[in-house]
Design a protein around this ligand. Sequence first.
Ligand SMILES: CC(C)(COP(=O)(O)OP(=O)(O)OC[C@H]1O[C@@H](n2cnc3c(N)ncnc32)[C@H](O)[C@@H]1OP(=O)(O)O)[C@@H](O)C(=O)NCCC(=O)NCCS
Length: 197
Amino acid sequence: MSHIRPARLHDLPGTYRACLHTSDAGGDGSALYQNPDLLGHIYVGPYIVGEPHFAFVIADDHGVAGYVLGTPDTRVFEAWQEREWWPALRAAYPMAGGDTLDDELIAQIHTPVTAPDTVVANYPAHLHIDLLPRVQGRGLGRVMLETLFEALRAGGVSGIHLDVGEDNHNAIAFYRHLGFAELARGTDSIYLGMELS
Ligand SMILES: CC(C)(COP(=O)(O)OP(=O)(O)OC[C@H]1O[C@@H](n2cnc3c(N)ncnc32)[C@H](O)[C@@H]1OP(=O)(O)O)[C@@H](O)C(=O)NCCC(=O)NCCS
């Protein structure tokens, strides 16, 4: 039996795993990376540590089965990451300069990808959601997004965006079905947004 609850620090291993196992256009990316922690350092850890009021997991008897993570104010969050999150990782993972997927993630730690001002202006919040296959397709993705939206609305947030890989057709269709619309194009990705108020 699965249940949704606020994320805690002890959820870091499970959420890092879920991130890796949904990282190849929604499918298992564990064969793509040498270091299984790098993705989580970028897409999971800073949210659970820095934005615990906007971090939720779904868990069952097998452990963490997915998460939705967000921040109400992307620019404030980026500034927090610069102060508190990236310095230790930059020291631990010096720029490698190679062209493997691990090297690309290390480059992101040193030069994080940020959403364009035009996106953030009207959609200041952003999110990441990943569910393992065992809990997909049961309406839980919708419930998890609504859980996050409720927390953001309570904080007076008016709009939210996300960045989805352009080859992740399933996720794009899911987001569009829930009311997200295209705002801009990134490198190999699409920025989608939705008003919350
Ligand atoms: C994308 C993802 C979050 C969707 O979650 P889910 O639990 O599978 O989706 P739900 O069952 O909650 O679906 C919610 C609604 O979206 C619809 N939907 C889901 N996938 C859809 C698709 N591919 N096309 C059209 N509608 C879709 C459902 O029919 C449902 O509609 P309803 O509520 O009106 O009946 C989940 O499949 C996932 O984590 N995939 C792997 C990781 C990933 O790609 N994450 C996104 C990275 S940006």
